[in-house]
Design a protein around this ligand. Structure first.
Ligand code: GDP
Ligand code: MG
Ligand code: K
Length: 282
Protein backbone atom coordinates (compact mmCIF):
# COMPACT_ATOMS: atom_id res chain seq x y z
CA UNK A 1 0.00 0.00 0.00
CA UNK A 2 1.27 3.40 -0.97
CA UNK A 3 2.37 5.61 1.92
CA UNK A 4 2.21 9.31 1.24
CA UNK A 5 3.48 11.98 3.63
CA UNK A 6 1.73 15.27 4.26
CA UNK A 7 3.44 17.74 6.59
CA UNK A 8 1.36 20.20 8.62
CA UNK A 9 3.22 23.43 9.24
CA UNK A 10 2.40 26.91 10.47
CA UNK A 11 2.94 29.55 13.11
CA UNK A 12 2.34 28.56 16.72
CA UNK A 13 -1.38 28.74 17.63
CA UNK A 14 -2.66 28.53 14.06
CA UNK A 15 -4.50 25.31 14.93
CA UNK A 16 -2.05 22.72 13.61
CA UNK A 17 -2.45 20.21 16.40
CA UNK A 18 -6.20 20.65 16.37
CA UNK A 19 -6.22 19.87 12.64
CA UNK A 20 -3.82 16.97 13.19
CA UNK A 21 -6.20 15.47 15.72
CA UNK A 22 -9.21 16.09 13.50
CA UNK A 23 -7.47 14.30 10.63
CA UNK A 24 -5.92 11.39 12.48
CA UNK A 25 -8.42 10.76 15.25
CA UNK A 26 -7.04 8.73 18.14
CA UNK A 27 -4.40 7.03 16.06
CA UNK A 28 -1.60 9.51 16.63
CA UNK A 29 1.68 8.60 18.21
CA UNK A 30 4.16 10.98 19.77
CA UNK A 31 7.81 10.87 18.83
CA UNK A 32 10.95 12.95 19.12
CA UNK A 33 13.33 14.04 16.43
CA UNK A 34 16.68 12.35 17.04
CA UNK A 35 19.02 14.47 19.13
CA UNK A 36 16.59 17.28 19.84
CA UNK A 37 13.83 17.86 22.33
CA UNK A 38 11.35 19.38 19.91
CA UNK A 39 8.45 17.06 19.26
CA UNK A 40 7.29 15.81 15.92
CA UNK A 41 3.96 13.99 15.89
CA UNK A 42 2.95 11.47 13.30
CA UNK A 43 -0.41 9.93 12.65
CA UNK A 44 -2.25 8.12 9.93
CA UNK A 45 -5.33 8.75 7.89
CA UNK A 46 -6.87 6.25 5.50
CA UNK A 47 -8.36 7.82 2.43
CA UNK A 48 -9.57 6.06 -0.74
CA UNK A 49 -7.30 3.08 -0.21
CA UNK A 50 -4.28 5.25 0.55
CA UNK A 51 -2.53 5.41 3.88
CA UNK A 52 -1.57 9.03 4.47
CA UNK A 53 1.20 9.78 6.92
CA UNK A 54 0.34 13.08 8.62
CA UNK A 55 3.23 14.90 10.31
CA UNK A 56 2.63 17.75 12.76
CA UNK A 57 5.77 19.93 12.53
CA UNK A 58 6.83 22.31 15.32
CA UNK A 59 5.25 25.77 15.05
CA UNK A 60 7.58 28.32 13.45
CA UNK A 61 7.60 31.90 12.23
CA UNK A 62 10.40 31.44 9.75
CA UNK A 63 12.52 28.86 7.97
CA UNK A 64 15.79 30.51 8.85
CA UNK A 65 17.78 28.73 11.55
CA UNK A 66 16.94 31.18 14.34
CA UNK A 67 15.58 28.47 16.64
CA UNK A 68 15.56 24.74 17.06
CA UNK A 69 11.89 24.56 15.96
CA UNK A 70 12.76 26.28 12.72
CA UNK A 71 15.71 24.01 12.12
CA UNK A 72 13.64 20.90 12.84
CA UNK A 73 10.88 21.99 10.46
CA UNK A 74 13.32 22.90 7.71
CA UNK A 75 15.48 19.79 8.06
CA UNK A 76 12.37 17.64 7.95
CA UNK A 77 11.22 19.25 4.70
CA UNK A 78 14.63 19.04 3.06
CA UNK A 79 15.66 15.59 4.26
CA UNK A 80 12.33 13.76 4.16
CA UNK A 81 10.89 15.68 1.23
CA UNK A 82 7.23 15.09 2.07
CA UNK A 83 5.04 15.12 -1.03
CA UNK A 84 3.34 18.29 0.12
CA UNK A 85 3.09 20.81 2.95
CA UNK A 86 -0.18 22.05 4.33
CA UNK A 87 0.45 25.48 5.81
CA UNK A 88 -2.18 26.17 8.44
CA UNK A 89 -2.72 29.87 8.96
CA UNK A 90 -4.90 31.82 11.34
CA UNK A 91 -7.09 33.64 8.82
CA UNK A 92 -7.74 36.40 11.39
CA UNK A 93 -4.11 37.46 10.96
CA UNK A 94 -3.67 36.52 7.34
CA UNK A 95 -0.81 38.86 6.41
CA UNK A 96 1.30 38.00 9.42
CA UNK A 97 0.77 34.27 8.90
CA UNK A 98 1.52 34.47 5.19
CA UNK A 99 5.10 35.40 6.06
CA UNK A 100 5.87 31.72 6.63
CA UNK A 101 3.94 30.73 3.50
CA UNK A 102 6.16 33.00 1.42
CA UNK A 103 9.18 31.21 2.82
CA UNK A 104 7.80 27.82 1.82
CA UNK A 105 7.17 29.27 -1.61
CA UNK A 106 10.76 30.54 -1.77
CA UNK A 107 11.97 27.07 -0.90
CA UNK A 108 9.73 25.75 -3.65
CA UNK A 109 8.08 22.86 -1.84
CA UNK A 110 4.58 22.06 -3.15
CA UNK A 111 2.08 23.52 -0.67
CA UNK A 112 -1.54 24.10 0.10
CA UNK A 113 -2.92 26.82 2.33
CA UNK A 114 -5.51 26.08 5.01
CA UNK A 115 -7.28 29.26 6.13
CA UNK A 116 -8.13 28.18 9.64
CA UNK A 117 -10.31 29.89 12.29
CA UNK A 118 -12.79 30.85 9.59
CA UNK A 119 -15.54 30.77 12.25
CA UNK A 120 -13.94 33.80 13.91
CA UNK A 121 -13.35 35.55 10.59
CA UNK A 122 -17.02 35.13 9.63
CA UNK A 123 -18.10 36.48 13.00
CA UNK A 124 -15.85 39.53 12.62
CA UNK A 125 -17.51 40.45 9.32
CA UNK A 126 -14.20 40.36 7.46
CA UNK A 127 -14.34 38.81 3.99
CA UNK A 128 -11.57 36.81 2.37
CA UNK A 129 -11.77 36.08 -1.34
CA UNK A 130 -10.35 32.56 -1.20
CA UNK A 131 -10.53 31.95 -4.94
CA UNK A 132 -8.59 35.13 -5.69
CA UNK A 133 -5.97 34.30 -3.04
CA UNK A 134 -5.59 30.86 -4.60
CA UNK A 135 -5.18 32.35 -8.06
CA UNK A 136 -2.54 34.85 -6.90
CA UNK A 137 -0.55 32.33 -4.84
CA UNK A 138 -0.98 29.56 -7.45
CA UNK A 139 -1.98 26.96 -4.89
CA UNK A 140 -5.19 25.57 -3.41
CA UNK A 141 -6.59 27.63 -0.53
CA UNK A 142 -9.14 25.89 1.69
CA UNK A 143 -11.26 27.41 4.44
CA UNK A 144 -11.24 25.36 7.64
CA UNK A 145 -12.52 25.38 11.20
CA UNK A 146 -10.19 22.76 12.70
CA UNK A 147 -11.96 22.79 16.05
CA UNK A 148 -15.07 21.17 14.52
CA UNK A 149 -13.32 19.48 11.61
CA UNK A 150 -14.95 21.74 9.05
CA UNK A 151 -13.17 21.66 5.70
CA UNK A 152 -10.94 18.71 6.51
CA UNK A 153 -12.34 16.52 3.70
CA UNK A 154 -11.82 19.19 1.04
CA UNK A 155 -8.42 19.92 2.53
CA UNK A 156 -7.30 16.32 2.05
CA UNK A 157 -8.92 16.00 -1.35
CA UNK A 158 -7.34 19.20 -2.72
CA UNK A 159 -4.00 18.42 -1.09
CA UNK A 160 -3.79 15.01 -2.76
CA UNK A 161 -4.88 16.38 -6.11
CA UNK A 162 -2.28 19.17 -5.95
CA UNK A 163 0.47 16.78 -4.81
CA UNK A 164 -0.32 14.63 -7.84
CA UNK A 165 -0.26 17.62 -10.13
CA UNK A 166 3.08 18.88 -8.78
CA UNK A 167 4.51 15.36 -8.85
CA UNK A 168 7.36 16.13 -6.43
CA UNK A 169 8.72 19.05 -8.45
CA UNK A 170 9.90 21.99 -6.33
CA UNK A 171 9.45 25.39 -7.98
CA UNK A 172 10.98 28.19 -5.89
CA UNK A 173 9.27 31.56 -5.97
CA UNK A 174 11.75 34.33 -6.80
CA UNK A 175 10.81 37.71 -5.44
CA UNK A 176 12.88 40.84 -5.85
CA UNK A 177 14.61 42.20 -2.74
CA UNK A 178 15.39 45.51 -4.38
CA UNK A 179 18.53 47.24 -5.70
CA UNK A 180 20.54 46.87 -2.48
CA UNK A 181 20.21 43.09 -2.32
CA UNK A 182 19.40 41.69 -5.77
CA UNK A 183 22.79 42.18 -7.49
CA UNK A 184 24.72 40.47 -4.68
CA UNK A 185 22.08 37.79 -4.37
CA UNK A 186 22.59 37.04 -8.05
CA UNK A 187 26.39 36.96 -7.76
CA UNK A 188 26.21 34.65 -4.77
CA UNK A 189 23.70 32.39 -6.52
CA UNK A 190 26.04 32.06 -9.52
CA UNK A 191 28.97 31.17 -7.28
CA UNK A 192 26.91 28.59 -5.40
CA UNK A 193 25.74 27.05 -8.67
CA UNK A 194 29.26 26.98 -10.10
CA UNK A 195 30.63 25.24 -7.00
CA UNK A 196 27.56 23.05 -6.40
CA UNK A 197 27.40 24.05 -2.75
CA UNK A 198 24.52 22.09 -1.14
CA UNK A 199 22.61 22.34 -4.40
CA UNK A 200 21.50 18.73 -4.17
CA UNK A 201 19.45 19.78 -1.15
CA UNK A 202 18.47 23.43 -1.60
CA UNK A 203 17.90 25.79 -4.54
CA UNK A 204 21.09 27.87 -5.09
CA UNK A 205 19.27 31.20 -4.78
CA UNK A 206 17.74 30.03 -1.51
CA UNK A 207 21.17 29.21 -0.06
CA UNK A 208 22.37 32.69 -1.04
CA UNK A 209 19.30 34.19 0.60
CA UNK A 210 19.94 32.25 3.81
CA UNK A 211 23.53 33.55 3.83
CA UNK A 212 22.22 37.10 3.56
CA UNK A 213 19.77 36.45 6.39
CA UNK A 214 22.65 35.31 8.60
CA UNK A 215 21.61 31.67 8.77
CA UNK A 216 24.15 29.94 10.99
CA UNK A 217 23.51 26.37 9.84
CA UNK A 218 23.93 27.23 6.16
CA UNK A 219 27.04 29.31 6.89
CA UNK A 220 28.59 26.42 8.82
CA UNK A 221 27.89 24.09 5.91
CA UNK A 222 29.51 26.59 3.56
CA UNK A 223 32.55 26.92 5.83
CA UNK A 224 32.91 23.15 5.92
CA UNK A 225 33.06 23.17 2.11
CA UNK A 226 36.21 25.35 2.28
CA UNK A 227 37.07 28.31 0.08
CA UNK A 228 33.55 28.97 -1.16
CA UNK A 229 32.34 29.53 2.41
CA UNK A 230 34.93 32.24 2.94
CA UNK A 231 34.06 33.88 -0.38
CA UNK A 232 30.34 33.91 0.42
CA UNK A 233 30.93 35.28 3.91
CA UNK A 234 33.01 38.11 2.45
CA UNK A 235 30.25 38.90 -0.05
CA UNK A 236 27.68 39.01 2.75
CA UNK A 237 29.91 41.31 4.79
CA UNK A 238 30.14 43.73 1.88
CA UNK A 239 26.36 43.90 1.44
CA UNK A 240 25.82 44.22 5.18
CA UNK A 241 28.33 47.07 5.35
CA UNK A 242 26.62 48.82 2.43
CA UNK A 243 23.18 48.45 4.05
CA UNK A 244 24.51 49.77 7.35
CA UNK A 245 26.31 52.74 5.81
CA UNK A 246 23.63 53.88 3.38
CA UNK A 247 20.36 52.77 4.94
CA UNK A 248 21.19 52.11 8.58
CA UNK A 249 19.67 48.65 8.27
CA UNK A 250 20.61 45.01 7.60
CA UNK A 251 20.13 42.66 4.61
CA UNK A 252 17.91 40.54 6.84
CA UNK A 253 15.58 43.48 7.56
CA UNK A 254 15.41 44.46 3.89
CA UNK A 255 14.56 40.88 2.90
CA UNK A 256 11.76 40.80 5.49
CA UNK A 257 10.41 44.14 4.19
CA UNK A 258 10.25 42.87 0.64
CA UNK A 259 8.53 39.67 1.74
CA UNK A 260 5.85 41.73 3.49
CA UNK A 261 5.66 43.88 0.37
CA UNK A 262 4.97 40.78 -1.70
CA UNK A 263 2.26 39.73 0.78
CA UNK A 264 0.49 43.07 0.78
CA UNK A 265 0.66 43.21 -3.00
CA UNK A 266 -1.37 39.99 -2.87
CA UNK A 267 -3.82 40.88 -0.10
CA UNK A 268 -4.43 44.39 -1.45
CA UNK A 269 -5.74 42.98 -4.73
CA UNK A 270 -9.22 42.64 -3.29
CA UNK A 271 -8.45 39.50 -1.29
CA UNK A 272 -9.32 40.90 2.13
CA UNK A 273 -12.27 43.19 2.76
CA UNK A 274 -12.34 44.57 6.29
CA UNK A 275 -15.65 44.57 8.14
CA UNK A 276 -17.66 47.71 7.52
CA UNK A 277 -15.59 48.46 4.44
CA UNK A 278 -17.45 48.73 1.16
CA UNK A 279 -17.03 45.84 -1.25
CA UNK A 280 -14.41 46.66 -3.81
CA UNK A 281 -15.96 47.44 -7.16
CA UNK A 282 -13.89 45.93 -9.95
P1 GDP B 1 -0.98 24.95 17.11
O1 GDP B 1 -0.07 25.69 18.01
O2 GDP B 1 -0.85 25.45 15.70
O3 GDP B 1 -0.82 23.47 17.20
O4 GDP B 1 -2.47 25.36 17.53
P2 GDP B 1 -3.54 24.53 18.38
O5 GDP B 1 -4.08 23.39 17.59
O6 GDP B 1 -2.94 24.18 19.69
O7 GDP B 1 -4.70 25.60 18.52
C1 GDP B 1 -4.52 26.84 19.17
C2 GDP B 1 -5.84 27.31 19.75
O8 GDP B 1 -6.77 27.63 18.72
C3 GDP B 1 -6.53 26.24 20.58
O9 GDP B 1 -7.15 26.89 21.67
C4 GDP B 1 -7.58 25.67 19.63
O10 GDP B 1 -8.68 25.13 20.31
C5 GDP B 1 -7.97 26.88 18.84
N1 GDP B 1 -8.45 26.58 17.49
C6 GDP B 1 -7.92 25.72 16.59
N2 GDP B 1 -8.60 25.73 15.45
C7 GDP B 1 -9.62 26.61 15.60
C8 GDP B 1 -10.69 27.08 14.74
O11 GDP B 1 -10.82 26.70 13.57
N3 GDP B 1 -11.52 28.02 15.27
C9 GDP B 1 -11.37 28.50 16.54
N4 GDP B 1 -12.23 29.41 16.95
N5 GDP B 1 -10.39 28.08 17.36
C10 GDP B 1 -9.52 27.15 16.90
MG1 MG C 1 0.65 22.37 18.27
K1 K D 1 -8.49 31.65 18.99
Amino acid sequence: QENLSIALAGNPNAGKTTMFNALTGARQSVGNYPGVTVEKREGYLHHNGLQLNIVDLPGTYSLTAYSQEELVARDYLVNERPRIVVDIVDANSLERHLYLAVQFMEMGIPMVLALNMMDEVRKSGKKIDTAELSRLLKMPVIETVARIGEGKESLIRETLAFADKKNGVWEPLEISYGPDIDPSLMDMTRLIEAENLLTGRYPARWIALKYLEGDVQIRDMGDAAGDIGRKLSRMVEKVAEHCRATLDTSPEAIIADYRYGFISSVTRQGVVTASGQKERIA
